[in-house]
Design a protein around this ligand. Structure first.
Ligand code: SF4
Ligand code: SF4
Length: 213
């Protein structure tokens, strides 16, 4: 059995040595951050909350292929694709992501999903304040993840730019919605359309969320 090292210092020196550590720390640079009062800027490529991007005319880039869900090591993504129709078109091609959810109780923000996305529909923002006390609130829906509308965009569903096809969107030939583009009003898939659905942060009843594992 190994012998315990002997304390060679006289007993009265131990408390003094302890205060010495405190004394030296008083002159070191303070590391305390006044969060959340003072927000710190993240690194530009920090992996934060995801975003589902749009084409310049407002149509969605997601084609519902599920590659992001298959790439995810934490099984945090749930996608259901559906067919576009001329009456209800969300993306320029054949398919779009009808249901899209990310469970932030599982996500480890590794970024493998955005690497797997073939259309750059899925990217990550610098937003890191994702904590919540409810598991249901940690499941972000498509409406929460979808990018907001910028100038020149019209909210989907709507028709593609006249005289173009899906390839033209990826060649960068569509730069804004065609003049007179109107959102289509079609609820053929049985979705419950709510006022809050088009706004980031809108809440969806937990019962309508699919993943809660
Ligand atoms: S960042 Fe990683 S863990 Fe989170 S959803 Fe994407 S692949 Fe899954
Ligand atoms: S985000 Fe990208 S990888 Fe995921 S379903 Fe949509 S298009 Fe496919």
């Amino acid at each position: 059995m190994a012998e315990e090292p002997k304390d060679t210092k006289p007993g009265f020196q131990n408390p003094v040595a302890g205060f010495g550590v405190t004394f030296k720390a008083m002159f070191k640079k303070r590391l305390t951050e006044q969060y959340p009062e003072q927000q710190k800027t993240t690194a530009p490529r920090f992996h934060g909350r995801h975003q589902l991007n749009r084409h310049p005319d407002g149509l969605e880039k997601c084609v519902g292929c599920e590659l992001c869900a298959w790439a995810c090591p934490a099984d945090a993504i749930y996608v259901e694709g559906a067919d576009n129709t001329d009456e209800e078109r969300y993306s320029p091609g054949e398919r779009y992501g009808r249901v899209y959810q990310i469970n932030y109780a599982r996500c480890i923000l590794c970024g493998l999903c955005i690497e797997a996305c073939p259309t750059r529909a899925l990217t990550m923002t610098n937003e890191f304040e994702l904590a919540d006390s409810s598991r249901a609130n940690l499941i972000y829906t498509k409406e929460q993840l979808l990018a907001g509308l910028e100038e020149g965009m019209v909210d989907a569903p709507h028709a593609i730019y006249p005289g173009t096809d899906e390839q033209d969107y990826y060649r960068g030939l569509v730069t804004e919605a065609a003049p007179g583009t109107e959102p289509q009003v079609a609820h053929s898939k049985g979705e419950v359309v709510q006022e809050s659905d088009s706004t980031f942060g809108g809440t969806e009843p937990a019962s309508e969320k699919v993943i809660g594992r």
